[in-house]
Design a protein around this ligand. Sequence first.
Ligand code: PMP
Ligand code: GLN
Length: 379
Amino acid sequence: MIKSKLPEVSTTIFTIMSKLAAENNAINLAQGFPDFDADPKLINQLNYYASNHFNQYAPMFGVEKLRELLAEKYNTLYSCNYDFQDEINITSGASQAIFNVISTLIHPNDEVIIFEPAYDLYQPTVELFGGKIVPIELKYPDYKIDFNELNQKITSKTKLIIVNNPNNPTGRVLTEDDLKSFEKIITNNDCYLLADEVYEHITFDNKKHKSFTQLTTIKDKVFVVGSFGKLFHITGWKIGYILAEKELMIEFRKCHQFNTFSTHTPSQHAIADYLENPENYLYLNDFFQHKRDLFINNLSSTKFNILPCEGTYFLNANYSAISNLSDNEFATLLTKEYKVATIPVSAFYKNKIDNHVIRFCFAKKDETLLKAIEYLNKL
Ligand code: PMP
Ligand code: GLN
């Protein structure tokens, strides 16, 4: 028997619910991925590079043109200055970037602060390296950060604070004041910050994304992660990236080179070509706002209590007016009997806090969303 390094961990909720959706022929609004294709122009570029001998190892740092374009994009959008050679690295999805930051920083007994509900990757990865999770609850239903509590929970053992903005699953987006509070806290404490910004271009109602790359005074303590899966509707390509100040990047690369070494070559070239035109991502706010509004407007005919959604492609709803079941039981029932799969939000808490909330993914064709509403109206 293997002595498990993660004895309390089982299969991720995304895998469980996607499998249940497939077994029950249900509409999958659970796992976060689009059910529509990426732009054929991007696919053509991938075909081009794969057919034209771009099939051997990419550089360990990532394809140069892609890093140059990222440096330019971040400079234009956030007035920050990341050197494409020393401060940007392409990774195998944002997941690998996050895993690698944690492997770079965390020694046994280091404390890592996360905000719950939290994306499911953070906690087990920290524990894998002997770190201790210190969760701070984002209180239902506002899911706002309590900065007093954050200040109280920082100790001499705190090595890292992980922030996800825009937030999966809450759909909340941080304000400029929130970022200023983080800036002050990181300045005054001897710890690092990992900003998971994979939904950077999916914010609504003219709320502009505030990136941690804008906080130039704490650049030497911040890692910022992004994902082309979210940017270009290609979650299956698993290409992401990380921005970090030179000294941080030196240590990050020491681990990265033995973790995966480099990332899929033809995808990086195709993405680089596609990234040249900012219109290929600046339309995303409007594109997903239309889907959010279509889904919310139609969902209001049901008994769900819809929670605010300022960003990401996830919408939460409380079902207390429909059922007393636990969120796991309710999500299972919804999948099996009503043919709509969702994610029970208790899965994003260490202590499985259940506020009777489920998460819908609305990165779907309009017709898929309308079909799901038709089914949900039977509740
Ligand atoms: N962070 C968050 C908050 C996510 O929702 C996801 C989901 N895809 C990831 C990281 C991982 O991104 P990738 O698929 O690029 O590994
Ligand atoms: N990020 C996606 C979500 O939140 C899932 C990614 C995965 O399946 N690991 O649904």
